[in-house]
Design a protein around this ligand. Structure first.
Ligand code: IMP
Ligand code: MG
Length: 173
């Protein structure tokens, strides 16, 4: 694949980190039931692996936001293109996102979900591009910090492609 420059985080490292996150989240929520909220489409694979690493009673639901279009930089405009089907009020929510870049998407999602008065809301993100942050957002559980470049694979895409790659790779732009 000529657009792929190389592997940034391989599948073994991802698997080990997801297992570790699963242990921490399971311990933190012991005895409580979770509503896991995955953000489509980028977080599908992470969400699927993470929920299988949780030893908890839980339900999984998805919502979808659009902010990027076909570009590799944020437009800053966020719209909800698919909402949750589950009730949110009085439930413990774990928002699962693929990557936090400017933070605009996550800040919008957190506000959107908090407005529905959950019992609690925490956020788990696989990747964090901290240097590019424009708004402060809380990330309670993080896979890998300080990643750079445009990343694809393990759910992340470039123009809809490369989500299926088992490793997280850097794009040659
Ligand atoms: P933010 O609103 O700028 O934080 O953008 C977050 C969203 O942009 C993520 O949910 C991703 O869908 C997308 N995104 C940001 N960086 C990357 C990347 O390196 N690869 C793929 N998608 C990205
Ligand atoms: Mg996303």
């Amino acid at each position: 694949m000529p657009e792929i420059a190389g592997i940034v985080i391989n599948r073994e490292a991802i698997g080990a980190r997801v297992a570790e996150l699963g242990r921490r989240i399971s311990a933190d929520y012991a005895g409580r039931e979770l509503l896991v909220v995955g953000v489509l489409n980028g977080a599908i694979i992470f969400t699927a692996d993470l929920v299988r690493a949780l030893e908890l009673e839980l339900e999984v639901d998805f919502l979808r936001v659009a902010s990027y279009g076909d570009s590799t930089c944020s437009s800053g405009r966020i719209c909800l293109s698919k909402d949750l089907e589950s009730q949110v009020a009085d439930r413990h929510l774990l928002l699962v996102e693929d990557i936090v870049d400017t933070g605009l998407t996550l800040a919008w999602l957190q506000a959107h979900l908090l407005a529905r008065r959950p019992a609690s809301l925490k956020t788990c993100a696989l990747l964090d591009k901290r240097e590019r942050r424009q708004v402060a957002v809380a990330v309670d559980y993080l896979g890998f910090a300080g990643v750079e470049g445009f990343l694809v694979g393990y759910g992340l895409d470039y123009r809809g492609r490369y989500r299926q790659l088992p490793d997280i790779c850097c794009l040659r732009l």
